[in-house]
Design a protein around this ligand. Sequence first.
Ligand code: LLP
Length: 415
Amino acid sequence: MDYFNYRRDKLFAEGIEAELLAKRFGTPLYLYSRRTLIEHFNKLKRALKPVKPLICYSLKANGNLSLGRILVKEGAGLDIVSGGELFRALKMGCPPGRIVYAGVGKTAEEINFALDKKILLFNVESIGELKLLDKLAGKKGRKQKVALRLNPGVEAHSHRYLETARLESKFGLGLGEALEIFKIRNHFPALNIEGVHIHLGSQISDPSPYLKALGKLSSFLEKLKGFGVNLTWLDLGGGLAASYRAEEKPSSAEDFARTIIPLVKKTRLKLIIEPGRFIMGNAGILVTKVLFLKETGKKKFLIVDAGMNDLIRPALYGAYHQIIPLKKKNVKKKRFEVAGPICESGDFLGKNVLLPGPSGGDFLAVRGAGAYSFAMSSNYNARPRAAEVLVSGRKAILIRKRETYQDLIRGEIIK
Ligand code: LLP
């Protein structure tokens, strides 16, 4: 569900014709729909109302300050993974008491920064991190709340790179190891180990992995009780899928809620979830202009002005993003590879894309580009990163300027 729809033959972003925005702000251009964003957040909030979760939007999906601020104003907390994300979170006005911090490689500087800001929870991923955190919190005379990130050994049935809870993964602590840590929790006087955290992976389209993981967690929590450990927080991470194909029906917020609520209630713990893609994925599109039509002996290419530096998901994961014209034409559709200007054969946005014979100057929209799209963009091939525009009804505001050539060399020193 989103608010990028055709009215007659023209694609609209909420109440504005997308092509007008492409012409006004230039391309490549990220367009976001405020309403889509808020509705996805509220869908989850409504569905999970019986367990009143703290919904910590996962900032890595899209860290734009204006977008994050919308969610923070709606009551979201934030899931962060670096000092830079903490900096962004604070700029968004997020109360530190609603920030949770995961990641396998937190540095002492990052930990100190987060301790000073008094965030809610560190989701700790190794014994080394726990020791360091205890030492640093101790030096500050602080008692810091911590959850242990567990690796329950559950397959998320998603892309190999998007799975994070298989036993061979670098993330989290094995259940046995975590149990040992709980037994010696007094060895960490500056920490209160108050919760458990899992994150199974991303683009999880049916709720069964959560069910499996919760089953394993429940028996783990029972064991803990045996050692007199009483916890407060249960953080189930993110992972809920967005819709990338018109025909696909990923599990809805309601399915997810129906599956987890009974088990969550049984634990009597306070629930945190960390959705990124579910909230942001469908709230953005990438608008690109067709530069040239190119036919080789074997294939028809549409060479467009957005490349893998703007949206790397197709090149990196073979991810599918639907590509549609901003203006429908009544001509026969043909199959194209939609390719960018980057000097890499892997630089494509879509293969076998059926389009109504676009020509140079026409615009296309790459859908489902709200999450992990701008966030993973780069300056490869010395390409300035795209502008970002937020649409709300009939209003469009620039929320990130297009980069300039000067931006490309910022910080460089010629010797
Ligand atoms: N919590 C933790 C600890 C995470 O590592 C992640 C995502 C999330 C929450 C949010 O997951 P989500 O709800 O968005 O699935 N670049 C990849 C996705 C990587 C996800 C990394 N971790 C992609 O473009 O598909």
